[in-house]
Design a protein around this ligand. Structure first.
Ligand code: FES
Ligand code: FES
Length: 167
């Protein structure tokens, strides 16, 4: 059994880069990303798996980084909102969130975009109801969700090559 104060070495890939660190066995992935790697695009709200603000990809699937110990991910591949952002400019989803005013304070936005990215990878033309279902675990205190659904619809259209379509 691992003592709470024990430090362990981990090696993983974050946004395409190899990372090796010695960290506390109890460090969450969210804190590891934000505080050790400086990837503050991953937001931390509730810290117990409810709000979805901390959502990232782990080995290609969305995961709540506040619920995972970083040491559990030795050898894993993690992608954060920074890794979903092109070197210059914004991704189609990020552009659509801006264009449709789908964010106000922006606290929920990284988790929304990670989850919407996962949705569009499996369903390139989701209905508004499918978008709402996919985002049901992502809480937003500001927008009322209408423009978030519109943004995902618009991004889906852009990714399919029909940038002129709107929700
Ligand atoms: S901070 Fe992880 S789900 Fe809220
Ligand atoms: S834009 Fe503020 S919580 Fe969603």
């Amino acid at each position: 059994m691992i003592a709470p104060a024990e430090r362990l070495s981990i090696r993983l890939t974050v946004n395409g880069r190899g990372v090796e660190r010695e960290i506390s066995a109890r460090r969450s992935l969210a804190d590891f990303l934000r505080e050790d790697l400086g990837l503050t695009g991953t937001h931390v709200g509730c810290e117990h798996g409810v709000c979805g603000a901390c959502t990232v990809f782990v080995d290609g699937e969305s995961a709540r980084s506040c619920l995972v110990f970083a040491v559990q991910l030795d050898g894993a591949t993690v992608t954060t909102i920074e890794g979903l952002t092109p070197p210059e400019g914004l991704s189609p989803l990020q552009q659509a969130f801006c264009a449709t005013h789908a964010m106000q304070c922006g606290f929920c936005t990284p988790g929304m975009i990670v989850t919407a990215t996962e949705l569009l990878a499996s369903n390139p033309a989701p209905s508004p109801d499918e978008i709402r279902l996919a985002l049901a675990g992502q809480l937003c205190m500001c927008t009322g969700y209408v423009n978030i659904v519109r943004a995902v619809t618009q991004a889906a259209a852009a990714l399919r090559g029909g940038a002129g379509e709107t929700a």
